[in-house]
Design a protein around this ligand. Structure first.
Ligand SMILES: Cc1cc2nc3c(=O)[nH]c(=O)nc-3n(C[C@H](O)[C@H](O)[C@H](O)COP(=O)(O)OP(=O)(O)OC[C@H]3O[C@@H](n4cnc5c(N)ncnc54)[C@H](O)[C@@H]3O)c2cc1C
Ligand SMILES: *[C@@H]1O[C@H](CO)[C@@H](O)[C@H](O)[C@H]1NC(C)=O
Ligand SMILES: *[C@@H]1O[C@H](CO)[C@@H](O)[C@H](O)[C@H]1NC(C)=O
Ligand SMILES: *[C@@H]1O[C@H](CO)[C@@H](O)[C@H](O)[C@H]1NC(C)=O
Ligand SMILES: *[C@@H]1O[C@H](CO)[C@@H](O)[C@H](O)[C@H]1NC(C)=O
Ligand SMILES: *[C@@H]1O[C@H](CO)[C@@H](O)[C@H](O)[C@H]1NC(C)=O
Ligand SMILES: *[C@@H]1O[C@H](CO)[C@@H](O)[C@H](O)[C@H]1NC(C)=O
Ligand SMILES: *[C@@H]1O[C@H](CO)[C@@H](O)[C@H](O)[C@H]1NC(C)=O
Ligand SMILES: *[C@@H]1O[C@H](CO)[C@@H](O)[C@H](O)[C@H]1NC(C)=O
Ligand SMILES: *[C@@H]1O[C@H](CO)[C@@H](O)[C@H](O)[C@H]1NC(C)=O
Ligand SMILES: *[C@@H]1O[C@H](CO)[C@@H](O)[C@H](O)[C@H]1NC(C)=O
Ligand SMILES: *[C@@H]1O[C@H](CO)[C@@H](O)[C@H](O)[C@H]1NC(C)=O
Length: 582
């Protein structure tokens, strides 16, 4: 899909090989066994191993990429997407309502997980969504804002959106994120390197002797025993490393923490006998806990782009990295001075209520009222209605929660056409924050190396598609307003011949995809509402299995999720250590 990335890959100039086992093997038994060393797993590994009397094991399927320039240099953003060393590259099951398309779901593999390959955008949901216990770190914010390179293609961003009625937000991390702003990124400002979950949470403490990290180690199953108190207990974790089947025992006081991400966590629960009997029994899996919420009701934000050619070919954008001469010089500048295009981050963000997108409060209210009526009269369970009505009330709190995100990406970032050599582009992306549609992730095999069936459920609710169609029309307004009018030339994708709602819908379905923010495959909710984990993040019906990762979020949030998830993992560590109670 992202064509410039394949060319950037050829620029890889450094490769280090790492031993599979890091740290010293200090025990055959551990207090905490963390499955998956991604964003959540690394955060937990750091916090739980702060107590020297506790031993921690992390089992991670991918490698340790601490000296990998393709990961570390910000300007390589996107270049590792699709590379199977660093990306699981899941694909979805075709569904009729999205034209039977197969969408690729990239997910990071290796210590740091998806933070190794993501776009480093740092955001925070609106105050109304999250209880406000956040203290702004002024110093950290200043450092995070140290963006040494902003493409001139993004400069009209704030003034154009102001003209279209979108207010400028000084600090989008304050709990008010409805408006337009230049966003911070997870870049280490001193070194101008990607700050991922491994470099931030693991590298500085990797010498702790009570922390063992196994890489190239893929967990296939948790062995579950009946417990004494009616709850079942994990007794062993089984994994493959270097072609060898290995196990680690879970002792009486120990815990297993699943941090394998939104796709693999439900798969591992199901393989271990925790899930919906209708899924497990046909595969011959012994049901240890009947938990119908596992893998059900996932919610994925959907996005697509609209690309424009720039009228001025001298403006530097990420398109310049397709030019190997330019890229080599930019890399030299980066290595010598830590400046230039390779320090770039995606900066131009905005979040808008539906009324801004469709052009009037009246029209927005009509759409919202029709959807509210459909939910009231529809064939939904009580729990589904509660979730859908939460989105309705978010839509009605216009001005406090943004329903649609539009990002200005400095380069060609659409899939219908290909970029041309020497030309420069600006792409606006439309990102639906609160889809009504839901899908599922379930196993189809007892073999843990067979990827589960992902049914994303895109557009099972028409409202989602209607909003995305309206957003394309809004983006066309952005492109012809103020400073963008002179800067932008032809619309490349979808192209001005695409005008009718049905043609726009086809474009969205065929050339859009996941925004990589899927939640809800092991939701923290009451069990009768489809929940999988308790407020302590313990899997219902078990006494020593927790989930700490994107799977537990029961609802979407109006932000790129990293900051929220680091917060979830920090809080989870405190809960597990007994520092705080829920
Ligand atoms: C391409 C992309 C771009 C993104 N851009 C942004 C952005 O700009 N801003 C933002 O805030 N968020 C972004 N995100 C989302 C964010 O990175 C993720 O939501 C976050 O990393 C999820 O954290 P996690 O702990 O749930 O899982 P992950 O960080 O994905 O970690 C899961 C880990 O578990 C490991 N694992 C899985 N199965 C097994 C197994 N069986 N055995 C052993 N290990 C296993 C994986 O290899 C991985 O390391 C992006 C994500 C992607 C994929
Ligand atoms: C990464 O490079 C540093 C500095 O060269 C070195 O000290 C460290 O051991 C390397 N890390 C790995 C995992 O090889
Ligand atoms: C994939 O990424 C790894 C790690 O960065 C790198 O060694 C390898 O060359 C990459 N492969 C391709 C095809 O780019
Ligand atoms: C999708 O697949 C179904 C079943 O094969 C088929 O009936 C339907 O026509 C297909 N839809 C499209 C848009 O191709
Ligand atoms: C920005 O980065 C430069 C170069 O590392 C550094 O000198 C400067 O102090 C940083 N500014 C802020 C506000 O952190
Ligand atoms: C099962 O474990 C949970 C969490 O540890 C606990 O609250 C619950 O009381 C246990 N169930 C039974 C039947 O003991
Ligand atoms: C796990 O426990 C079993 C039974 O107590 C024992 O036989 C086995 O050696 C242990 N395995 C490891 C890796 O410690
Ligand atoms: C599993 O639980 C669901 C929901 O509580 C229930 O409807 C179903 O009958 C149970 N299935 C089995 C096999 O016990
Ligand atoms: C094109 O962009 C370059 C680089 O920013 C600038 O110097 C030049 O003035 C621009 N040309 C026009 C016609 O705007
Ligand atoms: C590094 O910065 C210095 C001082 O601005 C400049 O003279 C030099 O050309 C730069 N080097 C590269 C490779 O860009
Ligand atoms: C309502 O939904 C349930 C579950 O999907 C289904 O079994 C039932 O037939 C539906 N009822 C109607 C009236 O559509
Ligand atoms: C590639 O970059 C070099 C150096 O900036 C420049 O001289 C050349 O014209 C560029 N090639 C194309 C096709 O734009």
């Amino acid at each position: 899909m992202l064509t410039f990335f394949s060319l950037v890959k050829s620029l890889l100039y450094f490769l280090a090989l790492f031993p599979p086992s890091l740290g010293s093997t200090i025990a055959q038994e551990y207090d905490y066994i963390i499955i998956g060393g991604g964003l959540s797993g690394m955060t937990l590994a750091n916090r739980l191993s702060e107590d020297p009397s506790k031993t921690v094991l992390v089992i991670e399927a991918g490698g340790f990429h601490s000296n990998d320039s393709q990961v570390a240099i910000p300007g390589f953003l996107g270049s590792t997407i699709g590379n199977t060393t660093l990306d699981w590259g899941f694909s979805t099951i075709p569904e009729a309502q999205s034209n039977n398309n197969t969408y690729i779901w990239h997910r990071g593999k290796g210590l740091g997980g998806s933070t190794l390959i993501n776009f480093m955008a740092w955001g925070r949901p609106a105050e109304l969504e999250i209880d406000g216990s956040f203290t702004e770190p002024p110093q950290a914010y200043a450092v995070a804002n140290n963006l040494t390179f902003i493409s001139e293609a993004q400069i009209p961003w704030i003034s154009v959106l102001n003209t279209l009625g979108v207010a400028h937000i000084q600090d989008a991390l304050s709990g008010n994120d409805v408006g337009v702003w230049m966003a911070p990124a997870t870049i280490n400002a001193q070194e101008q390197t990607r700050s991922d979950a491994a470099s931030a949470y693991y590298t500085p403490i990797s010498s702790r002797t009570n922390l063992v990290v196994e890489t190239g180690a893929e967990v296939l199953k948790i062995v579950i025993n009946s417990g004494l108190d009616g709850n079942v207990t994990a007794s062993q974790v089984q994994y493959m490393q270097n072609g060898r089947a290995l196990t680690v025992n879970v002792t009486d006081a120990a815990e297993v923490i699943l941090s394998a991400g939104v796709v693999k966590t439900p798969q591992l629960l199901e393989l271990s006998g925790i899930g919906d009997p209708d899924i497990l029994e046909p595969l011959g899996i012994d049901v240890k806990v009947n938990l119908t919420g596992v893998g059900a009701g996932i919610i994925d934000q959907f996005f697509y782009g609209v690309s424009y050619e720039l009228n001025n070919d001298s403006i530097v954008t990420l398109d310049d990295l397709r030019n190997t001469t330019f890229a080599a010089a930019a890399l030299e500048e980066y290595e010598t001075n830590k400046t230039g295009l390779f320090t770039i981050a995606v900066a131009a963000f905005s979040l808008m209520p539906l009324a801004t997108i469709v052009g009037s409060e009246d029209e927005a209210n009509q759409m919202i009222n029709a959807q509210a009526l459909k939910i009231a009269q529809g064939n939904y369970t009580a729990a589904e209605k509660e979730r859908l009505n939460a989105i309705i009330s978010g839509l009605r709190s216009c001005g406090e929660i943004g329903h649609i995100e539009v990002v200005g990406f400095p380069g060609f970032f659409t899939a219908k056409s290909a970029p041309e050599d020497g030309k420069k582009y600006l792409t606006f992306t439309a990102d639906l924050q609160f889809p009504f549609s839901t899908g599922s992730i379930h196993i189809t095999s007892t073999d843990g190396t067979v990827q589960p069936a992902i049914h994303p459920g895109y557009f099972t609710e028409d409202f989602d598609l209607e909003v995305l169609i309206a957003t394309l029309k809004f983006i066309r307004k952005i492109a012809t307003t103020g400073g963008f009018e002179a800067l932008l030339g032809d619309e490349i994708d979808p192209g001005t011949e695409i005008q009718s709602d049905s043609d726009i819908a086809e474009y969205i379905k065929n050339f859009g995809g996941t925004e990589y923010h899927t939640v809800g495959s092991a939701a923290m909710l009451p069990q009768e509402k489809g929940g999988v984990v308790s407020p302590e993040l313990m899997v219902y019906g078990t006494s020593n299995i927790r989930v700490v990762d994107m799977s537990i979020l029961p609802l979407q949030i109006s932000a790129h999720p990293m900051s929220t998830l680091y917060g979830v993992a920090e809080k989870a560590a405190d809960i597990i250590r007994g520092v705080v109670t829920v």
